[in-house]
Every structure is written in structure tokens, then in C-alpha cells.
Design a protein around this ligand. Structure first.
Ligand code: RIB
Length: 313
């Protein structure tokens, strides 16, 4: 069955970073220096990554955010344009753009420090105005820009009838205003445990997921790494979608591939399980390649993933 809306309009209100990725046999301890294997500079930021994934799948995506006045700003805008993401709502402010030093170990696991820079300067009224002007089907937000900005953008989304997806990453206590404006919440398992106040979350146990879903207004999907993802249905039951078995080389940005693809799926007319399957397929694919946006499927690759998911293979 073809997608109902193969080119939906999506707005991503969020972060843009330059990723400075070191691949290393092991990460250093305190006071220690280790020699790494490889270094890559790439385009990242959870917001920009999600925008790029949705654009590769065929959405018309606009990025709403801010860059600094440094050398990274121009190259980041050029990258958005090359990725066919509209950069007209990316402001330029004084100071540094966002950067993210990242360490990746041989099993693909990563450790990330985000230094937000310009991401902290996104203006709430400007972000809300952009959403009103764009009239998207879906607005996506994360926690790498101030929560009040995303809350304002989500209020504007409601005015124009857009669905809102909050990826509460990196983990933080949520502003009640922001949570109230989210139609979908997509944490990973660490973020879920913090949000739900669960001390030892057992990822195979449905009861904590179902209990949390009863406490919030938003619909709820949790990503579980190599275990795939779980979605709590409207009737309160937990449906699980397994990950596709792959050999991971770099998991950086896999959660963003999931969120961008899930948003595309919903906006394109898939039901929630179809959107989760598309998210899992794109995230599993991304961990087989190095880097963040550079690890995401190409437009042709993304089209092949859509065809596989729609075909049920
Ligand atoms: O989710 C991965 C992303 O987190 C990286 O691109 C990095 O910039 C941080 O935002």
C-alpha cells in the first residue's frame, strides 16, 4: 500500500551542533590520556539529525533553531541546504554554535558532551511564529534548546492543527507546560527511567511502561536499543517491535534516526505501529555506518527502507 502523503510538511524546533567524534579502543579514565584510532567532524545536533532523517525519507522539512557567528555556522547552513532541509528559520546570533565532542568505542557505544552555544539563544516568539507560518503536519522537539522555546512552538503547533512529538533527550526534568503540549513522547530507556522515576527499569517488563502511560496525556513510545521499541496503545497494552539484528559500529544518532523516521511515518499516514517499524528500520540501518547524519540512509536507501516496511518484509 503506498503512503497517503509521501511528502508531508514537518518542522523541527531544536538543536544544530558540530559533532567532533573520536573513535577509540577505550575511553580514558580521570587524569588519563589515551591514543584514539580515528577522528571525524560531522553535522549533528538532535534536532538537525531528526530533520535530515525525515528529509531523506521524502518530507518537506524546515529547521527552526539558531547558529552562532563562528566558522561552523555557514557550513551547517550549507549542509542543511544540501540535505534539502529549509534553513530559512535558523537564526544567527553572536557567539559560538553548538558543538558536541563524542567518544565512540569499538562496540559502537558512545559518550557525548553537548555544549549548546547558540542553541540556548533560540527565541520562543520567533520559534512559535515559524511554526504558524509553516503550518506543518508534525512538529518535533528535543531538550537541547530551552524547554520554554519548545513549549511555545508546541502551543503554536496546536493552533495550526499539527501533531507534536517530544524526544526528551538528553534526559532532564520536564517543564509541565512542555509535557502538556506533547502529543507523543519518545524517550530512550535511560530517559524513560528518569522521567518515570523508576530506579531499576527492566526493559522487558511492560508494567512500568503501561503505568507511566496512564500518568501522562501524551502517547508514548520508548526506544530500547538492540531490543527495538515499545509503544503503549490507546487501550493501554504494550506492543513491541524488535530491532533488526545488525553489527553496530557507531550508535551515535540512532535515536534521532528513529524519531525523524517515526515523525515522517505519522505525517505520511502510517498508523503508529507502521511508524514505529519505520523508525526501527532506519535506526537499525544507521548503526551500521560511522558518524551521525553521515550514518543515515541515503534518499535511495531510505526509499528502499520505506518499500520494505510497507511491504511487511
Ligand atoms: O543524538 C546524537 C546527537 O546528540 C549528536 O549529533 C550530538 O550533536 C548530540 O546532539
Amino acid at each position: 500500500m503506498p503512503l497517503q502523503k509521501p511528502e508531508p510538511v514537518i518542522a523541527v524546533v531544536g538543536s544544530l551542533n558540530i559533532d567532533l567524534i573520536a573513535y577509540t579502543a577505550r575511553v580514558p579514565g580521570a587524569g588519563e590520556t589515551v591514543i584514539g584510532d580515528r577522528f571525524v567532524m560531522g553535522f549533528g545536533g538532535k534536532g538537525a539529525n531528526q530533520a535530515v532523517m525525515a528529509a531523506r525519507l521524502g518530507a518537506h522539512v524546515s529547521m527552526v533553531g539558531a547558529l552562532g557567528d563562528d566558522v561552523y555556522a555557514g557550513m551547517t547552513v550549507d549542509n542543511l541546504i544540501a540535505q534539502r532541509v529549509d534553513a530559512a528559520h535558523v537564526a544567527r546570533v553572536a557567539g559560538s554554535s553548538g558543538v558536541a565532542p563524542i567518544w565512540v568505542e569499538p562496540d559502537g557505544t558512545n559518550r557525548i558532551i553537548v555544549v549548546p552555544g547558540a542553541n540556548d539563544e533560540v527565541d520562543p516568539a520567533v520559534a512559535a511564529g515559524a511554526v504558524r507560518a509553516l503550518r506543518p503536519a508534525v512538529v518535533i522537539g528535543q531538550l537541547e534548546i530551552p524547554q520554554a522555546v519548545t513549549a511555545a512552538a508546541f502551543r503554536a503547533a496546536r493552533e495550526v492543527g499539527a501533531a507534536t512529538i517530544l524526544n526528551p533527550a538528553p534526559a532532564a526534568a520536564l517543564d509541565p507546560d512542555l509535557l502538556a503540549g506533547a502529543d507523543w513522547l519518545i524517550p530512550n530507556e535511560t530517559e524513560f527511567a528518569i522521567l518515570a522515576g523508576v530506579e531499576a527499569f527492566d526493559p522487558v517488563d511492560d508494567s512500568a511502561l503501561a503505568a507511566f502511560a496512564r500518568r501522562i496525556r501524551a502517547r508514548f513510545v520508548v526506544t530500547l536499543g538492540s531490543r527495538g521499541a515499545a509503544v503503549v496503545t490507546t487501550s493501554g497494552s504494550v506492543e513491541r517491535v524488535p530491532a533488526i539484528p545488525v553489527k553496530p559500529v557507531d550508535t551515535t544518532g540512532a535515536g534521532d534516526a528513529f524519531v525523524g523516521a517515526f515523525a515522517f511515518g505519522l505525517a505520511a499516514g502510517l498508523d503508529e505501529l507502521g511508524a514505529v517499524r519505520l523508525g526501527i528500520a532506519c535506526a537499525s540501518d544507521s548503526v551500521t555506518r560511522l558518524g551521525t547524519q553521515s550514518s543515515f540512509a541515503s534518499r535511495d536507501g531510505a526509499a528502499a527502507i520505506v518499500a520494505r516496511v510497507l511491504g511487511g518484509a
